[in-house]
Each structure stands twice: as structure tokens, then as C-alpha cells.
Design a protein around this ligand. Structure first.
Ligand code: MG
Length: 392
């Protein structure tokens, strides 16, 4: 990752110009926005990622601390049981119990579901099968984490307990077996970290079949596995739309499986789902670029001199507004006229400013945001040549 130095400060007699990061790392640096990407490469107009204070890892004895922006669904306290309800009769309180800081399935009580509804997420769940081994195959320590919309990441005591592979712990049940069996012995805590993207349909057509990545005790067992409809028991499933938001469900499969430390973090929307990361549709990209141009122009309105000119010029990379284009052309012309009127002895002090304007104009003409024969560029070329500033 290369970054130009952004600390250069150049002072002029008529204009004070600070080489702000946006000049060095903004649209005059990497490839510009295009028809499907609203941001330039290395675009400093792009919002900074939000700060998240990371959590800590769990130990066998102690659940870890969730990241600062996690939404807690169960933290070991009886109070967090209020975040859950019975799946079949939500009006009734769930019969699952909180015991020793764990949420325990009471066989026969039915699935529970979170009152919270959400969609695409990073989900953290820890579970433990009963220490006393009873049953085999699907009958041993069976429960399940049902992601919003209904896809199950299987919870099962498969420690020395083979069963059909697409129904083992860490499988996307009925869709894909886990890559590995990384389970700890029954009674020990198992950790699932799940990244879930629900299927997206537009106008009845599939845009993204949805996918899931699962880490089982830190081992990758699913890697962007396509959901293919979400899976099911015995019957092959096919792509279908999921709700945008739905509860998380935990399965009662007749075994007293325990849970602890359940939290999630919503994930940013994909481009196909209204987000602005990655390849967007041309329509959505144009709308986003207009929004960015508006923000830059609002910023430019508060500035003066070269800073104002630079920001206005920059906005043309996102939106070729005719009025702004005219303003930029006349401001560059006025700037150049002022430069040319400088006494010969003072030209050297303007070198930084002139070279930076040349780079900006080169960028703007190269990517056709300004006409290729933009007069100021050839005049600047003459100044740099006359002063011997061109590379030897
Ligand atoms: Mg299950």
C-alpha cells in the first residue's frame, strides 16, 4: 500500500494552500469512480471504517468478551432469558432454563427464538453437549442454530459419533458437510463463529443465493457455502427468498444441550442489497456518485481560493455538473493568470502549487473529466519547462 507524503505545506503570497490528504490520496491519486464503482481507488472521501473495540477469546472455564458493537442475545444472566421466547407459542415464556450461567434446552419444551429480528450477520454461539454420553448418530447431543430465515448450522455431539456427513456438527444441515470435525469431547464448550448472508431476490429473480461461513472452534468448516434454499430434512431444498429480518432459533431435539455467550453483529449491506461496497448497478452507482458530489460541493462552499477550486474540481469525478465544470474552468484560468503575473523572481516559490495543479489537471484530462485539450495544462507545461522543473 503506497501513500504519498501528505505533510507538504506550501505558502503563497496571495493564497495559502495546504496539501490536505484529499489532494494527495483522493481522486487525483488512484483510478477514478466509474460506472459501477462510486469511489475512486484510495478515495479519502470514503467514510472511515467505524471503530470497534475487539473482544476476547473464550476459555473452557470462561466465555470471552464480545466486541464493543455486538448485540447480546445471551450473556449468562437470567435477565437475558427475556430476550427469548417460545417459537411455537411466543405469548408463553420459554421453558428453557438458565442454569449456572448457561441457557439449557429442556427436552420437549420446543424451539426457542430471539425476540430480536435481524438479517445478515456475524453470529457467535457457544454450546456444550451433555457430558454423559447417551444415544448415537442424530440422537446424541442434538440441537441446532437456525439462522434468520431458517438455515440450520447443526449442533450435534459428533465426537466419536459418525452420522450422515451433511448432518454433522458444523454442517449447513441438508446442504453441505463441514470441511472437518473439530469438535471437543462432550461436556466441553464448542465455539461457532458464523458469517451469514441471506439469499437476495430482485423482481422474483435470484441475485445472490446467500452463503455462510462457519468456524468451529477456530477451524474453518464452511467457506461461503451457497445456501441453495437453506437446506432441510430429507427433501432437497431450492433457492427461495428469505425474510430481510427474522429471529435466531435454537433447536430442541430432545437433548439437554447448553448454550452460552450468544451475540451478533449486523453486517453492512451487499451492493446487490442497497450497499455501496463492491460492484454496484449503474443506476445505484450514479445515485451514490451524485450523493458524494453533493457532499464535496457542500464542503467546497465553505472553502476559499485553491482549496475551494480543488474540492470543486474533485466533485467532477463523481458528477459532471455543467455549472461546476464552468466554475472550475474559469477558476483555473483565473489562477493561471495570477500565476503568470508573478514577478519572475517569485515563480520558484510557486513551484509546489503549480506542479500539484499540473498533476490534478493531468488526472482530470486523462480520465476525461476536463477536455483533453484543456488550455491551462499546456500553459502549465510551458511554465514548468521554462523553469527547468521537468524531470531530466
Ligand atoms: Mg439439529
Amino acid at each position: 500500500m503506497l501513500h504519498r507524503t501528505t505533510s507538504t505545506v506550501v505558502t503563497f503570497s496571495t493564497l495559502v494552500f495546504t496539501a490536505a490528504p484529499v489532494f494527495a490520496d483522493g481522486p487525483f491519486y488512484g483510478d477514478p469512480p466509474d460506472a459501477t464503482h462510486p469511489w475512486a481507488l484510495h478515495d479519502m472521501n470514503r467514510p472511515q471504517p467505524p471503530i470497534v473495540k475487539s473482544g476476547s477469546f473464550s476459555t473452557p472455564e470462561q466465555p470471552g468478551r464480545p466486541p464493543s458493537d455486538a448485540i447480546i442475545l445471551f450473556d449468562g444472566t437470567p435477565a437475558t432469558l427475556d430476550k427469548w421466547e417460545a417459537d411455537k407459542n411466543p405469548a408463553e415464556p420459554t421453558k428453557w432454563v438458565v442454569k449456572d450461567g448457561t441457557l439449557q434446552c429442556v427436552p420437549g419444551s420446543g424451539y426457542i427464538r430471539s425476540k430480536e429480528q435481524f438479517g445478515d450477520c456475524q453470529l457467535h454461539v457457544e454450546w456444550a453437549a451433555p457430558t454423559k454420553v447417551e444415544g448415537n448418530s442424530q440422537g446424541r447431543g442434538n440441537s441446532g442454530v437456525f439462522l434468520p430465515g431458517g438455515t440450520e448450522v447443526q449442533v450435534l455431539d459428533n465426537y466419536n459419533n459418525p452420522t450422515y456427513p451433511d448432518g454433522t456438527a458444523g454442517s449447513v444441515y441438508g446442504v453441505n458437510p463441514p470441511y472437518a470435525n473439530a469438535l471437543r469431547p462432550p461436556g466441553e464448550w464448542q465455539v461457532y463463529d458464523i458469517i451469514f448472508r441471506r439469499p437476495i431476490f430482485k423482481d422474483g429473480k435470484i441475485v445472490d443465493s446467500g452463503r455462510m461461513t462457519v468456524m468451529e472452534n477456530g477451524v474453518v468448516v464452511q467457506d461461503s457455502t451457497p445456501l441453495e434454499g437453506g437446506g432441510g430434512h430429507k427433501a432437497r431444498c431450492h433457492d427461495h427468498p428469505f425474510p430481510d429480518k427474522a429471529p435466531l432459533k435454537l433447536q430442541d431435539h430432545g437433548n439437554p444441550v447448553r448454550y452460552r455467550n450468544i451475540w451478533y453483529r449486523p453486517l453492512p449491506a451487499r451492493a446487490c442489497d442497497g450497499g455501496d461496497m463492491g460492484v454496484m448497478t449503474p443506476e445505484a452507482c450514479t445515485a451514490k456518485k451524485l450523493e458524494i458530489a453533493k457532499m464535496i460541493r457542500a464542503d467546497a462552499a465553505k472553502l476559499q481560493g485553491l482549496d475551494k477550486l480543488r474540492r470543486s474540481m474533485e466533485s467532477l469525478c463523481y458528477d459532471q455538473d455543467a455549472t461546476t465544470l464552468k466554475q472550475v474552468e474559469s477558476a483555473v484560468t483565473a489562477w493561471l493568470a495570477a500565476v503568470k503575473q508573478s514577478p519572475a523572481g517569485q515563480m520558484e516559490s510557486k513551484k509546489g502549487e503549480i506542479l500539484q495543479m499540473r498533476e490534478a489537471l493531468k488526472y482530470m484530462t486523462q480520465f476525461k473529466f476536463l477536455p483533453a485539450d484543456f488550455m491551462a495544462l499546456s500553459e502549465i507545461a510551458k511554465i514548468t519547462k521554462d523553469n527547468g522543473w521537468d524531470p531530466k
